[in-house]
Design a protein around this ligand. Sequence first.
Ligand code: PMP
Ligand code: GLN
Length: 382
Amino acid sequence: MQPVTKLPKVGTTIFAVMSQLAARHGAVNLGQGFPDFPVPDRLIQALDRAMRDGHNQYAMMTGVPALRQAIADKTADCHGWRPDVDAEITVTSGASEAIFDAIHAVVRAGEEVIVLDPCYDCYEPAIDLAGARAVHVALDPVTFAPDWDKVRAAITPKTRMLMINSPHNPSGAMFSAADMQAVIDLLRDTGIFLLSDEVYEHIVFDGARHESALLYPELRDRAFVISSFGKTYHCTGWKVGYCIAPPALSVEFRKVHQYNTFCTFTPAQFAFAEMIATDPDHYRQLGAFYQAKRDRFRAQLEGTKLKPLPVPGGYFQLVDYSAVSDLDDLEFSRWLTIEHGVTGIPLSPFYAQPSAEQRLLRLCFAKGDTTLNQAIERLSKL
Ligand code: PMP
Ligand code: GLN
């Protein structure tokens, strides 16, 4: 039988495609975003202990209480506001599950969701599967700042959700306090929910403040705020994330979550609970940890023809390759992998309407020095 696809625009994700190509050609993989250095030993030990202590059966649907408590404490520590442990926090199988659940909890067939391009690739398929339509508003092609007049112009009576992401993947751009005020003004007196994807919340540089939606009571009231331990604890393969949302939104969110996954890998929930409680400095110092990597990598890039763009947050460096090649970004990333042994991620898959002129590649610097040195050695020959 041949099914009629429900997702005609979707192929295999660019992350899987580029990782496969990197493996086939023995390239240094700075494409798919994942650290190549170890998970903190304390976390591994806590995971091992959780399994040996017998925490191997279904967790509570909403998440292990100790982890929800730790998330509430961490949120209070970071944002000066404490979500309710029982009514407002749900642990999910990665941020990806939380994004899917939030969209399906409140967005109906025929409605619209505004996304800001370039946007992370799992947003639109989830919107499509809900029978809704993604309305794409482009960020500035150079600064990746939002144009709030354009966003306002995209709002219609059908708009049910606005999705934002700061620090931003793929650009590293961050929302300012003025941007958050613009979101508040835009959504006031509307029935539009906010989905704030904050998976890089702790990876912010140069003394800047992460502008979480949780800092703003008016946004908090209508927001699903989503994060991921994969980014914060160097374990993207564990796929544990969470959603903070007001009680009424969490009720609807959990209706989807309970029949999507029901619960998330139990031992890891115990391990994260212990890690957050006993070593809060890990997330407090993550910005400094990655800032050192960013600065070192950018200094190394000075010795290549690639022009690095500013990186306010996150663990991706955009580089302008127009001094090297006039190929479009899909072809350039293939060429760079096959001919020069370095893999990055093209930006065009993150756009509904990719620009014909943009010559940018995303390089992940969540890597050890040896990996980055090897990449730079190859890139300096371009
Ligand atoms: N949102 C963004 C912006 C991401 O970069 C990622 C993963 N890299 C996710 C969501 C998904 O996170 P997870 O792996 O926890 O599902
Ligand atoms: N979020 C990761 C990135 O941006 C990729 C995750 C995935 O491969 N699904 O690179």
